[in-house]
Design a protein around this ligand. Sequence first.
Ligand code: AMP
Length: 623
Amino acid sequence: MSTQILGIDLGTTNSLVAICDERGPRVLRDEDGHALVPSVVRFGTRGEVVAVGREALAHAVEFPRETVYSAKRLVGRSATEIGEVAARLPYRVVPGPRGIAAIEVPTSAGSALVTPQEVAAHVLARLKTIAERELQHGVSKAVITVPAYFDDGQRQATRDAARLAGLEAVRIVNEPTAASLAYGLGRPASRGPRKAERIAVYDFGGGTFDISILEISSDESAAGGDLFQVLATAGDTALGGDDIDRAIIDLVMREIRETFGAALDFPPSARQALRQFAEGAKVALSERETTTLEVGLGTGRTYRRTLTRADLEALAAPFVERTLVSCRRALADSGCNVESIDRVVLVGGSTRMPIVRREVERVFGKVPYTALNPDEVVALGAAVQAAILAGDRRDLLLFDVLPLSLGIETVGGAVAKLLMRNATVPARAKEMFSTSVDGQTNVKIHVMQGERELVQHCRSLGQFELRGIPPMPAGIPQVEVEFLVDQNGVLDVSAVERRSGRRASIQVVPSYGLTRDEVDRIEAESFRHAREDMHVHRVIDLRVNAALDLKWIETALARVRGELPAATVAEVEARMDEVRSFLAAADRDAASVDANCFHQAKDALDRASVPVHEKAIAQSLRS
Ligand code: AMP
């Protein structure tokens, strides 16, 4: 076993640590289950560190001059360069050794000087502790990411920070490169040399926006794989989700003043509450169409309004447009046109906003990669790079073919497979599904992986809902489900209801969290259970169809009972009872039902009910 190397995303606001083992990359969490460590450090009266991360952030307002955040904006830069940045920070930034920016924190003896590297080192040390706790062994090496535009001084300062934290930075990797690696772009090619690919990495966070255009080419000499070249970067170090929060706050304050009079003033604490609340509303509107804003103003007055996604998008549009301007500039600088960009990767929490995804898709003319958590993707990629360097990434799950079948859950808990195991990638499949209940307006699409026939024996890859289908009888809506696996193994599942044009989709990386051993085990189990699985699947299908038949016959019989001979009615009812008992048995335990007998009972009911249908049709024609 080679020494484990950590992958670290050392962010301006938050930092994360990840590792990549035989299950692929994953982020590590602290004892409370948090992956994100706020990049915040608070210093005490002797200049010592008293809190790091979440705890330091929680009391930042009480200790404005002792709490250092956004130190990454200062790392490796001269005090004169960052005058404007420094002016917006509540702590004091002063020239340190060799004119490099440092932070002056108040102490009981006067003040102490702290370098941004030292601040970063405390954050790195926290990440190291989190990793060691979870891995239960010591670690001393890491791959650390930095923005593509960091210069040599800033990269060196990042290495220094690592050394102070007891970590050797075995490589400093560009953030957009790491994000690409997380999606398997530019991995050591398992299928020989590939054509050069161009990737746009769109990174929209809380306070900064970056766009990078990368080119990946096969390079025999590059250790462990392909060569990533940054063709161009652009962005804005003062543009992010925070601006959108502020636009919501401004709207609320304006409306409050209009409604309750101009005299109303907001203390800073109320503004802070308003900020959290504006962010909450923004986040909620990434999932929902509307949310309610409610602010108690004291003396029984309450400001209340509904904020729709359209309202939010109107507020966000100018900021999103600014990101697009940068995108166009980066494209121009790189000498690429939009058509030559092969992939677009989304990074940063603000890319969860539907307007952002839509606009990026519009500008680049392709669906961006969104399968991975946009907060984690850089750390995951750093871990992939770490594993490549450690030499223990055997790339077990880089397949030219699908290791396991992919499908969706159908009524009754069975799995309909759309793409079969061993299909070569890229692969595409389409299938038509419908609703199972009258008037159903939402359909859940549950994406499954595995060889067995039932949901409970397969792996869930994710689910989504197609909403807003016009109410129609069961079986009438036509929902087309499409599976598309691209050559990097990213699966895109989309569902469209034909009549209404309603559409929804999800992206997943099916190979994540899966080991070669597991693939083998799943395959072996599917062989072992093939017979019983087929049996259960057949019973489930019979159950679904029989239930639909019963419903039909019950309705028709209620209408035409009086027109039929008593003996016919009695015969039909007896057959219905028999089928009902099979349904009940199938619900209790599908495996124990004799599928042939069930089939015969259903056939017998179908035959016996012919006169019922004839009468019902005749009656319909008459009326
Ligand atoms: P980052 O700097 O990448 O951690 O991104 C943080 C920013 O993403 C903040 O402005 C958050 O409000 C924003 N954000 C996080 N989740 C969502 C979401 N679901 N919808 C919209 N914005 C989000």
